[in-house]
Design a protein around this ligand. Sequence first.
Ligand code: ZN
Length: 524
Amino acid sequence: MDAKKFLAEINAEVKRLHTKSATAYWGLTTTGKSEYGEEMQKAEIELRLYLADKERFDTVKESMNLELDSIEKREMRLLFNEMLPNQLSKERIEEAVKKEVEIESLFANFRAKINGKEVSNNEITEILEKSTDSKLRKDAWIAGKEIGKEIAPKLIELIKIRNENAKTLGFNNYYDMMMELQELSTGEIHSMFRTFKEQTDDLFKEIKDDIDETRSLKLKISKEEMRPWHYSDLWFQEVPEIETYDYDSIFKGKEIISLVKKTYDSINLDIVDIIERSDLYERKGKNQHAFTISIDTENDIRVLENIRPTVKWAETTLHEYGHAVYDKYIDKSLPTVLRGPAHTFTTEAVAMFFGRRARDAEWYEKIVNLDGSILKEIEPRLKKLLKYQLAITARWIIAFVFFERELYKNPEREDLNNLWYDTLQELQFINPPEERRKYPDWAAKIHFGIAPVYYHNYLLGEMMASQMESYLKENVSKELINKNVGEFFVEGIFKPGSKYRWDELIEKATGKPLNPKFLAEQIK
Ligand SMILES: [Zn+2]
């Protein structure tokens, strides 16, 4: 086999099909026109079939024993990871996809009810954020979990199908397969999360205590009466309202995108060309979320947002342009299949690093130019908010991740519902509502169905973001908004694309393997 020729052909085809589907996706999300949706689906199926091709897969597999240079080896490895899950019969692939679509549409069409009256997800969120009526809070919270009963049996069927498929491909179960294909070891990641939990138990206990104190006073109940519906979202994954500073007022009359441009300028990263191609403001028919996309695997990188002058959009915009600079500065002399981030969580880490600037007094001083008295007032508040948010996020993610692994280990175990509440109690320190132990409330979280074996990446991202922060402060600049910071990102993180595995990249860039202690330190 001529590996060079083989890879050249694959790279060209992957690039062509990626560009086709990304262009259509951009069309769809900026206009809402269904013809783009059809185009995108066509390109995606074409790419999937191309990568499913048995002969092509066998060539990749055999190449593992050939003498190849390090770049070619890496290309083959990534192609292998991408192709392997598709080495199943058409019927088996379709069976799983059909179940996934079914679950997704159940979520899309489900309308929760409070006392027989339909309520939207936004209404539930609003009650949990604002209401002081414990009875109403409980009703809203239960309404948000009710879909679990419908989803659970279908989800368990889907998990069994996924497991059977993984067994056919030579793995214990689907969880271990997906971890391995993401170049992660289930055992290592879970023990890292376990260590992190133990390192931060005392810190989290303090935070949780403080939150319970504040919340129970506000809701006029005793601390012992606190239940999951007394926090401000369905899963206790956000910081409940514990203070009332109006951060949005800071952004009145300011243009978020100019502040973000100024931020990246100050770090020596140029986003002008990306801003020009981006679609940043609300419009009818446009997708309501925020994302970054590389259209052609070259320099055409775009961001879609719906910016309003609020702190949430400041953070989101800083976050999305973090993804965008990563894509922009990847060395374009690398072959197409290596022109992506080293890992899903490495690009998330970079985006999180930049998003966190909106929770840092330095940014308000240097970029927003707030005057000294306001700065003095918000600095300790911002510190506390970031610390609480990181702690709460981490606890929630670990609970999800631990439970998800058990779910795939044995989807038929009888005590899943109990296990869910035991896991939340152990990680989030909540008082489980005993009367809910008989219901599959866990199945109301959409990610189990549509984003399987993915959640751990959010925490790995936070851990890496903290490690980069610590490295920069110690070795590059005490202040993070600084021209030299850009060089660290471009040379150390962005340029290599996915030439190195994530663990090699992190060690090269920061001098140490990924270590959860840096995130733990930020929670202190
Ligand atoms: Zn992101």
